[in-house]
Design a protein around this ligand. Structure first.
Ligand code: BGC
Length: 267
């Protein structure tokens, strides 16, 4: 099945690298116009947007720190100005600041909660307000709008040494589900993608050297580390009307990481 996002306009936060970049490129390849949001890496966001344009797509880089409400507004104003509105919002921006529990500073606790949980909340809240202002356009979609959160297998799997990250992701799961329950009656679809180990800069330590890679593969039944494109393809489906009846779901894109691989032999 060929999925088309023609006529759709999407904001992807944290799109200047990693999973966000993969999602932005995949949505663009399916025909959507993309706001490529970045916080600090302007060069990379500009490169991604211009590569999308070179292949016939529409994309514009826009700076915003999603943990700041005024920046989120700026992001949506840019979508209005450049594309006349927004239909798909992928709240993706996320960071890690890892430390053993008793070494975790209040600053790093706050930073991760601010970006990975509050940032997603702010961006989603602004998305819903804009969807309502725009109103439904049945030529474009049976939905008023779609929000997709990038979550993680760590919305379920506890993660020693990453209490701030796992807490934010666990909170994000219930934010997504609560929003989905509250907003489905307005034809707003809220869902999440939960990637496992995807080869990006955020987890370079886990795949760069051979020993780390071997250990990581023990956690992945499908025996390969994921690529940003794997997540991008899932995002295209969730953003398209092919998934019109999918509401409040988390789609795991993890090569089976959620299947307790340790139990293949034990138990
Ligand atoms: C983290 C990665 C990690 C993966 C699987 C992701 O949410 O950002 O660093 O490799 O989960 O543990």
């Amino acid at each position: 099945m060929q999925l088309s996002l023609e006529k759709n306009r999407a904001i992807v936060t944290g799109a200047s690298s990693g999973i966000g970049e993969g999602i932005a490129r995949a949505l663009a390849a399916a025909g959507a116009s993309i706001i490529v949001n970045y916080r600090s890496d302007r060069e990379s966001a500009e490169r991604i947007a211009s590569e999308i344009r070179e292949t016939g797509g529409r994309a514009e880089p826009v700076q915003a720190d999603v943990s700041k409400p005024e920046d989120c507004e700026k992001l949506f104003d840019a979508a209005d100005r450049l594309f006349g509105g927004v239909d798909i919002v992928v709240a993706n921006a996320g960071i890690q600041r890892d430390a053993a529990f008793t070494d975790l500073s209040l600053e790093d606790w706050r930073k991760v909660i601010d970006v990975n949980l509050t940032g997603q909340f702010l961006c989603a809240q602004e998305a819903i307000r804009r969807f309502r202002q725009q109103g439904i356009d049945r030529d474009r979609s049976p939905a008023l709008g779609k929000v997709i959160f990038t979550n993680s297998v760590h919305q379920e799997i506890p993660w020693a040494g990453h209490a701030n990250y796992a807490t934010a992701k666990g909170g994000l799961k219930l934010l997504m589900e609560t929003m989905a329950q509250e907003l489905a009656c307005e034809k707003i679809r809220v869902n999440a993608i939960a990637p496992g180990a995807i080869k990006t800069d955020i987890n370079r330590d886990a795949w760069e050297d051979e020993e780390a890679r071997r250990k990581l593969l023990e956690l992945i039944p499908y025996q390969r580390i994921g690529e940003p494109e794997d997540v991008g393809q899932a995002a295209v489906w969730l953003a398209s009307d092919a998934s019109d009846y999918v509401v409040g779901t988390t789609l795991f894109v993890d090569g089976g990481m959620m299947l307790y691989p340790g139990f293949r032999k034990g138990g």
